[in-house]
Design a binder for this molecule. Structure first.
Ligand SMILES: Cc1ncc(COP(=O)(O)O)c(C=O)c1O
Length: 388
């Protein structure tokens, strides 16, 4: 089958040197980032402080719109931040946990940083209810829905689970939450860029994620979508001068909030990271997530088929409709196998309760999947021989 997405390979230098199957952790760098970084340095060197009004101040919102377009968010509804944990903090700061509606429902399959953040909010009055997985792969939907009740304020939940790539039923969760007056904070770090996300169709309240994985945008940029009708009324208490109606008025006293997206920002923006993420976002937008998803379903199925062939345990849903872009494979001594794969320039990672995570993206060839699996087989054979 001709794969017209492979023409993008030339945009990503590392693909010539490694078997790059780790876009669930850090997407490959587009070579356009060299120019973007050079442009940033030129701007700083030649325009100096004028750079703020000539581009840098607006960049935070422009990049937000670029990301927003990938999830069909209205222009002006996405703010940019440094990481997802900060996005959670901005959301939490909009609410009061001292009343009866103070329950926060999430799953133990959420990314730990998000979990640590919400657990810590107990000191502010949040009543945290964690729904446990029964199989280490999926999130029990019925139990999650049942936990969302009239006292629930927020449901921070991953769209795609980082360990297993299980896709949560975001629509059902949002519907249940809205029925009882709760709000959903959907973490799309492991979905946006490889699984379609449509914030309007989901009618979701908040969406956050980062650009360094499937969006090939590098570290330092996260996004926070706030549903426009909520965005114009919420007042984040984790705030700062970017959120002020007149930031350069340097007024003394309480903040007068401006409109979104700046309303949800706080201090000086992370300009170099914002510049660095644009080439990746441009490519993902050009390729289109629907095409990426189609290929991803095929390649992840192929990886599962190869793992089955060797009898290794697959910790990822077998139904492609329930599976994001990663396949977690647990073979004997998987952590050691992962270390050896890295030494051989097969770039993957290892996570406890998951195994070796392999994550093909639109730029990977089918041959690379075979290369990675054959390398695992070879490493296991070598280890068996050495143990004799
Ligand atoms: C689903 C998910 N959320 C959040 C994060 C990271 O959060 P932060 O941006 O705060 O480091 C990751 C990183 O792997 C992730 O997979």
């Amino acid at each position: 089958m001709a794969d017209d997405l492979l023409r993008y390979r030339r945009e990503f230098p590392i693909l010539d040197r490694t078997t790059y199957l780790i876009s669930n952790s850090l997407g490959a760098m587009p070579k356009g980032v060299y120019d973007a970084m050079h442009g940033y340095a030129e701007m700083w060197a030649s325009r100096g402080v004028r750079a703020w009004e000539e581009g840098w101040w607006m960049l935070a919102a422009e990049v937000g719109d670029q990301i927003g377009a990938i999830m069909r968010a209205a222009p002006g509804s996405v703010s940019t931040h440094q990481n997802v944990t900060t996005c959670q903090a901005v959301v939490a700061s909009c609410f009061d946990f001292s009343g009866k509606r103070n329950k926060v429902v999430y799953s133990d399959m959420n990314f730990p940083s998000v979990m640590y953040f919400w657990e810590a909010q107990r000191t502010r009055g949040a009543r945290v209810h964690m729904v446990e997985t029964s199989d280490g792969i999926t999130v029990p939907l019925e139990r999650l829905l049942a936990a969302i009740d009239e006292e629930t304020l927020l449901v921070p939940i991953s769209h795609v689970i980082f360990r297993s790539a299980y896709i949560n039923d975001a629509k059902a969760i949002v519907e249940r939450a809205h029925r009882v007056g709760a709000l959903v904070v959907l973490d799309t770090f492991q979905s946006l860029g490889t699984v379609p996300v449509d914030v309007q169709e989901l009618n979701v309240d908040f969406v956050c994620g980062g650009v360094l994985k499937w969006l090939c945008g590098g570290p330092g940029v996260a996004y926070l979508y706030v549903r426009p009708d909520l965005g114009s009324r919420l007042q984040p208490t984790f705030t700062g001068w970017m959120a002020h109606q007149s930031p350069f008025g340097f007024e003394v006293g309480a903040i007068r909030y401006t409109d979104p997206p700046y309303r949800f920002m706080n201090g000086t923006p992370h300009v170099p990271a914002l510049e660095a993420c644009r080439p990746g976002l441009k490519i993902i937008t050009e390729v289109g997530v629907d095409k990426i998803r189609e290929k991803s379903k095929w390649q992840t199925s192929r990886l599962i088929g190869l793992a089955d062939h060797y009898g290794w345990r697959v910790n990822t849903p077998r139904d492609p409709e329930q599976r994001g872009g990663t396949v977690s494979i647990d073979m004997p001594d998987s952590q050691e196998v992962c270390r050896e794969l890295l030494r051989r320039d097969v770039l993957v990672d290892w996570r406890p309760k998951a195994g070796v995570r392999m994550s093909p993206h639109f730029y990977n060839t089918d041959h690379e999947l075979e290369t990675a699996i054959e390398a695992v087989e070879e490493i296991l054979k070598d280890r068996q021989l050495a143990a004799r």
